[in-house]
Design a protein around this ligand. Structure first.
Ligand SMILES: [Mn+2]
Length: 439
């Protein structure tokens, strides 16, 4: 049971921290950053001394160099590195939700709901359960777990545990259109929405005003209501108007879900927006700003807002590049080779935005490539919510070339060497065409 694993981890950490330093290592995405914020806050309240670092990923060399003098604690990482960790002569704690395929070494305390066959939780939620088990004082950290969950797009499966975290965090849950921020005037939210991208509306003031007119939503005293303030009737009219405008290319199912509103810096904020901001800071190489923001630091909040604006400009430029550049297109796939035109840390986000865009039909495989020094970062996504398993697809192409694929069936990525650029694209096309025949 997950909760028993957490209790054991608490006892062991308490014991080993008497003689060794705790070294916490977390992942750099929203889930990893919120995990780090929850965990470090809980450790300080517990009176523990520790160090914290945020990394993009783990490789064998990095693991090899970790000192055995420290107790190692991994957040949102390491479930896939168990073999490499087996050689460490120190106790290791892993709070993670990624798939476990290797044997768990006896020195490793694995706290992972997927391993236990329990409710699928993000790492921030697991860290929150750890924090809550330590002290009820840590209930104020529950909102970070909600943000982490949204960051990993795990909010759709609302199981018992996640529901209890929503309760602890006093999150306001409201059914509606998955546009964010749902807390700002609707005209602005629609105009600047890139995820989902609404053709004829995103980026077009005139398109926005026409849509709002069609939906019968009026400007009151010079201001449009925010999405979360709409009445049920207004919400359903807006949904209809958007669906009509997208000419059947977007499904109601993908457009509608739960909005999560959390109190942050004493204001009601959209958890998706906070997640996007945290993610942006980290991807622009400022994980410490993201972390400071999560911990409620006013200085970092200002910094984070600045980085977020800069990030959005980067993203808009990247999307513009994609729309204008030449793509390799097949019946059910599209390959975008951005080379050095798009930053490797945002290529995955670009691919995700495209995959959520109603411009592309359900099931289309989108693969985007971007240079990362002497390597190429590859991100693969499925448009819509159903289609082929892109992790398996990449695996098939990359395995003979050397390289590791990470991710999920509908969102995966890998690193390949730059010399393999042509070979990779050629092989990928072959596999994609083959799969089409079989389907
Ligand atoms: Mn995660």
């Amino acid at each position: 049971m997950l909760i028993e694993k957490i209790q054991t981890a608490i006892e062991r950490i308490d014991e080993v921290s008497k003689s060794k330093r705790l070294r916490v290592i977390s992942h750099f995405d929203t889930d990893g950053i919120t995990s780090a914020a929850i965990f470090s806050k809980a450790l300080s309240r517990w009176g523990k001394v520790f160090s914290l670092e945020v990394v993009k990923g783990l490789d064998e060399d990095f693991i090899k160099e970790l000192s055995d003098q420290d107790v190692l604690i991994f957040l949102d990482l390491a479930s896939g590195s168990l073999d490499a960790l087996a050689d460490k002569k120190t106790e290791v704690f892993i709070f993670d939700h990624h798939e476990v395929v290797q044997e768990v070494p006896s020195s490793v305390h694995l706290v992972n709901p997927s391993y236990e066959g329990e409710e699928n939780l993000c790492s921030a939620a697991i860290c929150y359960l750890f924090a809550r088990e330590l002290s009820l004082e840590n209930k104020d950290l529950a909102k970070l777990a909600v943000i982490g969950t949204v960051g990993d797009i795990l909010e759709r499966n609302m199981g018992k545990v996640f529901s209890s975290i929503l309760e602890d965090s006093e999150t306001v849950v409201r059914k509606g259109i998955l546009l964010y921020p749902s807390t700002r005037p609707l005209d602005k939210t629609l105009e600047f929405s890139s995820n989902p991208y609404l053709p004829g509306v995103s980026g077009s003031r005139a398109g926005v005003l026409e849509l709002l007119r069609d939906a019968g939503i009026v400007n009151e005293n010079g201001r449009y209501k925010a999405l979360y303030e709409l009445s049920d009737e207004e919400m359903s009219k807006l949904i209809t108007a958007i669906l009509l405008k997208s000419k059947g290319e977007t499904s109601e199912d993908g457009l509608i879900g739960n909005l999560f509103l959390v109190k942050f810096f004493n204001k009601l904020e959209d958890a998706r927006e906070l997640s996007a901001l945290i993610n942006a800071c980290s991807r622009m190489d400022y994980p410490e700003i993201a972390l400071g923001f999560c911990l409620g630091n006013a200085f970092y909040r200002e910094e984070a807002e600045k980085v977020y604006i800069n990030y959005k400009q980067n993203l808009v430029a990247a999307l513009k590049y994609v729309s204008e550049s030449e793509k390799v297109e097949g019946k059910d796939y599209m390959i975008i080779n951005a080379r050095d035109k798009i930053k490797d840390t945002i290529i995955g986000t670009v691919a995700s935005i495209l995959s959520h865009s109603p411009l592309y039909k359900e099931g289309l495989v989108i693969v985007a490539l971007s240079y990362n020094e002497d390597k190429i970062k590859v991100s693969a996504r499925i448009a819509g919510r159903q289609g082929r398993n892109v992790r398996d697809l990449l695996h098939k192409v990359v395995l003979p070339m050397g390289g590791e694929v990470g991710g999920h069936p509908n969102a995966a990525g890998c690193l390949i060497s730059k010399e393999k650029e042509e070979e990779f694209i050629g092989e990928l096309r072959k596999v994609l065409e083959l799969e089409v025949v079989r389907v």
